[in-house]
Design a protein around this ligand. Structure first.
Ligand SMILES: Nc1ncnc2c1ncn2[C@@H]1O[C@H](COP(=O)(O)OP(=O)(O)OP(=O)(O)O)[C@@H](O)[C@H]1O
Ligand SMILES: [Mg+2]
Length: 272
C-alpha cells in the first residue's frame, strides 16, 4: 500500500464534504462540510448530544457516513476497508471522551500497546519511546504504575502520551479537559499548544470548556442541529451576533462543569 504523501502545505489535511449520519430516525449530521487546516488546532463546540463525538469517530472511520465523503491528504478514507484503514489510522491519535486507559495494564503497557500493534520496534525501543512520550507529558517515572493509582489529570496525560506514541500527524481529542479542575485543565491546554508548536501536529478538539477552547483554538466551529452554524477565530466566535452561538458560549462561561462530571476510567472505545 502506498504511504500517504504530504501534500501542499496550504491544502487542508482533512476534508469532509456533504457528510450525513443518522442512527435510525435520529438525524445527527446533515451534509456537514469541514476542511481542517494543517498544523492548526480546530475546536468543535456544541451542546451535549449534538454529534461532536460522532463527527470525530467518522473522521477516524470508527463510524461510516451515510452520505458524503471524507478525504485525508490525497486519499478518500471513508470507503476504505478496515485492513486498508490500519495504515491510515497510524497517522491519527485519538484521545477518547471517557477514560482512555486499560485499567488492568500498567502505564508502560498502555503506552506500548499501539507500538506492539503497529510497529516492529524491539522491547528496548518501545521502552525508550515510552520514556520520551512520558517526558513530554511530564510523567516519566510512572511506567510501572497502574492507572487506578493516578489522578484524573495524570490519567488524561498518560492517555495523551499513548496517543502521541506513534507520532501521529493528526490528534483528535474528545473532551480532553472534562472532569479536570482548572489547574489541571491548564496543564492539558499547555501540552496541546506545545504539540502544535514543537511537532506541527494538526489537532481537532471537541470541548465544552470555553476557557480551554479560547486558549488552544486557531479556529472554532459550532455544531448545532446537524450543521456547522459558526466558524471563525476564537475572537470572532466571542464577538458573534448569532443568537444560538451567543447563548451557548455565554451559558458555558459561567458553568463549572468539572464539579459535576467525575472522571471515568473504562477502556478505550468504551464510549462507542
Ligand atoms: N453508535 C450509536 N448508535 C446509536 N446512536 C448513537 C451512536 N453514537 C451516537 N449516537 C447518538 O447520536 C447523538 C450524538 O451523539 P454524540 O455522542 O456525538 O454527541 P456529543 O455531541 O458528543 O455529546 P456530548 O457532548 O454529551 O459528548 C446522540 O443522540 C447519541 O445518542
Ligand atoms: Mg461526545
Amino acid at each position: 500500500m502506498s504511504t500517504v504523501q504530504p501534500a501542499n502545505p496550504d491544502l487542508p489535511i482533512l476534508r469532509l464534504q456533504g457528510v450525513s449520519k443518522a442512527f435510525g430516525a435520529l438525524r445527527v449530521l446533515d451534509e456537514v462540510d469541514l476542511a481542517i487546516q494543517r498544523g492548526k488546532t480546530t475546536v468543535i463546540i456544541g451542546p451535549s448530544g449534538v454529534g461532536k463525538s460522532v463527527l470525530l469517530k467518522l473522521i477516524v472511520a470508527l463510524l461510516r457516513p451515510d452520505r458524503g465523503r471524507i478525504d485525508y491528504e490525497d486519499r478518500r478514507i471513508d470507503s476504505l476497508s478496515d485492513a486498508e484503514l490500519v495504515e491510515v489510522r497510524t497517522q491519527f491519535g485519538f484521545l477518547f471522551q471517557m477514560g482512555a486507559l486499560f485499567d488492568s495494564m500498567t502505564v508502560r503497557e498502555n503506552i506500548c500497546f499501539p507500538l506492539i500493534e503497529h510497529t516492529a520496534m524491539t522491547a528496548a525501543e518501545r521502552n525508550e519511546r515510552c520514556r520520551q512520550v512520558l517526558l513530554r507529558v511530564g510523567l516519566n517515572g510512572t511506567q510501572d504504575k497502574m492507572p487506578a493509582a493516578l489522578s484524573g489529570g495524570q490519567r488524561k496525560r498518560i492517555a495523551l502520551a499513548r496517543a502521541i506514541a506513534l507520532h501521529p500527524r493528526v490528534i483528535l481529542y474528545d473532551e480532553p479537559t472534562t472532569g479536570l479542575d482548572p489547574v489541571r485543565s491548564d496543564v492539558i491546554n499547555e501540552l496541546l499548544n506545545k504539540l502544535r508548536s514543537e511537532l506541527a501536529v494538526t489537532s481537532i478538539v471537541v470541548t465544552h470548556d470555553m476557557t480551554s477552547a479560547y486558549t488552544i483554538a486557531d479556529r472554532m466551529v459550532m455544531l448545532y442541529d446537524g450543521r456547522l452554524i459558526a466558524d471563525g477565530s476564537p475572537q470572532e466566535i466571542q464577538q458573534t451576533d448569532h443568537p444560538v452561538v451567543r447563548r451557548f458560549i455565554e451559558g458555558k462561561a459561567g458553568q463549572a462543569e468539572w464539579l459535576d462530571q467525575p472522571i471515568q476510567t473504562t477502556g478505550p472505545g468504551a464510549d462507542l
